[in-house]
Design a protein around this ligand. Structure first.
Ligand SMILES: Nc1ncnc2c1ncn2[C@@H]1O[C@H](COP(=O)(O)OP(=O)(O)OP(=O)(O)O)[C@@H](O)[C@H]1O
Ligand SMILES: [Mg+2]
Length: 267
């Protein structure tokens, strides 16, 4: 995937600070439509902050975000969600008091076609919509391989499955741009390999553009078309997986934090 392809997301000179900590400094990152774009970097580099800024969960103090050519910098998170910017979380955010399928249905409900009245009065329209939501949720559970666990309580799922559940819920809301924050964290080797295949299927079969934040370099190198590297809040490199792997600045950034690496940090 080269940079001739139309960008779906263009971030220009984005800066975010938390008190004295400058988490992102004038970050320019663009994401080609139809790509799997990875964002990598050592712990604390600003990767999660970048996803939060794109989805509108933290304000950017400077800079702009163009999505499909439209300036979304001033839009609140729920409007960005409605436009198709949907994410999963590094520290899983599933509803543990609901079943697996109910969790996915909350994703479908984001674009459901009835208002509060229909819902309160439990009209036939409500039950039709409810049935439609359930079927859609089942489709997404099947897509990620969790259909047979649909009626389990979400918190009874093994950890790796909970990450898949978050992905299914995100897919249920019809994302155009899916932001995945360390989806392989806590997964074993086999689960991670299957996750790589799933990410490719989401991209190829569903036509979803993906931003992947991930510490597992095998996974990143296998699935990404393009990689951006952050270090201390700044972009230090970008390129194809092969180019980035050979980049001396990238190697230095990772060697500098060798013993912190491993993707188990929560932030
Ligand atoms: N809500 C917050 N309040 C204060 N500081 C924060 C907050 N969120 C992030 N930071 C700081 O901003 C910097 C970037 O953090 P961020 O979580 O974006 O890094 P990351 O690249 O996602 O790291 P990791 O690989 O460990 O998940 C860090 O110095 C972090 O301590
Ligand atoms: Mg993070």
């Amino acid at each position: 995937m080269d940079e001739m392809v139309k960008p779906l997301l263009q971030c220009e000179k984005v800066s975010v600070s938390f008190g004295g900590v400058r988490a992102l400094r004038e970050v320019d990152i663009s994401v080609s439509e139809g790509s799997i774009t990875a964002i990598i970097g050592p712990n604390g580099a600003g990767k999660t902050t970048f996803l939060n800024a794109v989805s509108g969960l933290v304000p950017a103090e400077r800079g702009s975000f163009l999505f499909e050519g439209r300036d979304i910098s001033r839009l609140p998170a729920h409007e960005r969600g409605r436009m198709g910017i949907v994410r999963t979380f590094q520290n899983l955010e599933i509803f543990s008091n609901m079943t697996v399928i109910e969790n996915v249905m909350t994703g479908v409900h984001r674009n459901v076609g009835y208002g509060v009245f229909t819902s309160l009065l439990r009209t036939p329209r409500f039950w039709q919509e409810e049935e439609r939501c359930r079927r859609r949720a089942e489709e997404e559970l099947e897509f990620v391989g969790l259909l047979e666990k649909a009626d389990m309580m979400a918190d009874e799922l093994p950890f790796g499955n909970q990450r898949l559940l978050e992905i299914a819920r995100a897919l249920a809301s019809d994302p155009k741009l899916l932001l995945l924050d360390e989806p392989a964290a806590g997964m074993n080797i086999r689960e991670t390999r299957d996750l790589g295949k799933l990410i490719k299927r989401i991209n190829e079969e569903r036509g979803v553009t993906i931003i992947l934040v991930e510490h597992d370099m095998d996974l990143v190198m296998k699935v990404s078309h393009w990689i951006w590297v952050l270090n201390f809040g700044e972009v230090i490199a970008s390129g194809t997986p092969l180019e980035v792997q050979k980049n001396p600045d990238v190697i230095a950034a990772y060697l500098g934090t060798e013993d912190e690496e491993g993707g188990d940090a929560e932030g």
